[in-house]
Design a binder for this molecule. Structure first.
Ligand code: B12
Ligand code: SF4
Length: 474
């Protein structure tokens, strides 16, 4: 193949719930670096961040004239993306539209029903997208042989054999960061040093929390968890340090699935000897140990984020979190004793199913959770908190439960306005609004007393602040 293939990598999420984009979409940058490494023909990429409007997408399509419009999106952005795709296809029907990511994977039928998409990539994308690009000239015939995709065959929805996961994720080249302009991103909301970057060090999660939509790495049953080697992670961190970044969010659904690996990683980061380089990450409350907390601090993790969800063990059992409140308290204590700040994620009104009946946390349980969070804060074990309404998201068990019990219908997409109050038994609107305000107020109190907030994300902070005053919009 002598010609150059032009690929427009589009991140269509759009600002969601007041959040501007903190850093580039790594999925698309992984696809680019993988294709660059594995192909001998010429490929030219252009990357569009979430800050670009629909008109920018259409103008760049005209100017760049891509062969492929490759778009990544979550379920929150599905409707916006469908409209965008339809306009692009109308503008130039010859462009191959390929969708991938956490919405296209569980809901590709929906994608074809509502948009002029040509192919959906299901699950991990690197090898599948490489095969699409390599067979572009003959894609109408070759698509039948590419594993891990879906498409319409003479108008009929067709899904090919599943694509196996990449066993050795060290083998995937680092994301093609040269395609992005840092001025398009706000950076981390909470940070100690600027500029900052984000990296992903594990793929998949062995747990199956009811509310969690994590469909990409779940195509087969089983753990499917893979981690990069500490050495490979340190190489990427060093590259970022040399580019001038001074804080890195190390993304992993949970960095402490195996403490031996986690401690080895912390030691490797510590041995880099960059005293001015800070880290943040996600952990589960358990497994936890004093030794691990010690090494996290040594490596310069100044904050960790943890999904606490609720302090009620009944609720934690219901949502299959496989956690207890006692373990959470112990983890917060162990980490804060090392002077690591703890950020807790809490959810307002979790739902689950028990013997076919819909269950959710009661008003009393929610009040108790708010009270317990203040207790932890007063003891100095908890520093930040985020309260979110639990919403059904495509790819989660909650989504299936919500469909079954009539909380949503097939045309539902998650957004700010999921009216959870309608389904809460035993609560007046006033009581519900009071709880909502109390949770937002708690969020504000903790942020204002703990510092390190990045005011560049003022729009999100303002919108959250307004909900304290107005209550929830229904
Ligand atoms: C890091 C992360 C973030 C970071 C993003 C940082 C960044 N700059 O990328 C932050 C914290 C900002 C974030 C925010 C949100 N996130 Co988020 N996030 C993640 C997380 C933990 C990792 C994503 C990642 O980079 N994975 C690594 C890459 C390699 O995997 P990947 O993204 O899935 O991409 C692969 C495939 O999906 C596929 N692929 C993806 N796109 C495309 C496109 C094409 C064309 C092709 C061919 C293939 C392809 O190929 C890729 C390589 O294998 C995932 C959970 C997870 N473990 O994946 C949630 C996740 C993606 N987030 C999710 C959500 C809901 C959100 C928010 C909407 C949350 C909220 N309520 O505000 C916001 C969206 C904000 C916004 N404006 O977009 C959900 C999406 C669920 C869904 N069905 O939509 C997930 C799955 C979490 C969950 N368990 O529920 N998120
Ligand atoms: S919430 Fe966290 S632990 Fe639970 S399934 Fe999702 S990623 Fe795994």
């Amino acid at each position: 193949m002598n010609k150059t293939i032009r690929i427009l990598l589009a991140d269509s999420h759009g600002p969601i719930m007041g959040k501007d984009q903190s850093s580039p979409n790594l999925s698309l940058l992984y696809l680019a670096s993988y294709i660059r490494e594995k192909t001998s023909f010429n490929v030219e990429f252009k990357y569009l961040p979430q800050s670009k409007l629909e008109i920018d997408h259409l103008n760049i399509v005209k100017e760049f004239n891509p062969h492929i419009y490759a778009v990544s999106f979550t379920s929150y952005a599905a409707e916006v993306t469908y409209q965008l795709i339809n306009k692009i296809k109308k503008l130039n029907p010859n462009i191959l539209i390929v969708c991938g990511g956490p919405h296209a994977t569980p809901s590709s039928k929906d994608v074809f029903e509502k948009s002029d998409t040509d192919i959906c990539v299901l699950g991990e994308g690197e090898q599948t997208f490489l095969e699409i690009v390599s067979n572009l000239d003959n894609i109408e015939i070759e698509k039948h042989n590419i594993h891990g995709i879906s498409y319409l065959n003479n108008g009929k929805f067709t899904q090919n054999i599943e694509r196996g996961l990449i066993t050795d994720i060290d083998s995937i080249p680092f994301p093609a960061r040269d395609l992005v302009d840092d001025r398009d991103f706000t950076g981390l909301v909470y940070s100690k040093a600027r500029p900052n970057a984000e990296i992903v060090v594990t793929r998949g999660c062995p747990f199956r929390c009811v509310f969690c939509a994590n469909p990409v790495f779940r195509l087969k049953e089983g753990p499917l968890f893979r981690s990069r080697s500490p050495q490979n992670i340190v190489e990427e961190v060093e590259e970022l340090y040399q580019l001038g970044y001074r804080e890195i969010f190390i993304h992993s659904d949970e960095l402490n699935l195996s403490l031996d690996w986690s401690i080895e990683l912390c030691k490797a980061l510590y041995n880099m000897n960059h005293k001015d380089l800070y880290f943040q990450t996600h952990l589960r409350a358990s497994p936890m140990s004093k030794k691990f907390a010690f090494w996290l601090k040594k490596a310069n993790f100044w904050m960790i984020k943890m999904g606490i969800e609720s302090t009620s063990d009944r609720v934690l059992l219901g949502v299959k979190k496989k956690m207890s409140h006692n373990k959470t308290v112990l983890a917060c204590k162990t980490l804060s004793e090392q002077r690591i700040k703890v950020f807790g994620f809490l959810m307002l009104f979790n739902y689950w199913e028990e013997d076919g009946e819909l269950q959710h946390d009661t008003i009393a349980e929610t009040k108790e959770t708010i009270k317990e969070m203040y207790k932890l804060w007063r003891k100095g074990y908890l520093h930040y908190i985020s309260w979110e309404i639990s919403r059904p998201v495509q790819g989660s068990e909650f989504y299936d439960i919500a469909l079954k019990h009539g909380l949503i219908d097939k045309n539902y997409y998650p957004n700010d306005y999921f009216n959870t109050f309608k389904f809460i038994k035993g609560s007046s609107k006033k009581e519900f609004n009071n709880i909502f305000r109390a949770s937002r107020m708690q969020q504000a109190v903790l942020i204002l007393t703990s510092g390190n907030i990045e005011w560049r994300n003022y729009k999100g902070i303002w919108r959250k602040g307004m909900t304290i005053i107005k209550g929830i919009k229904n």
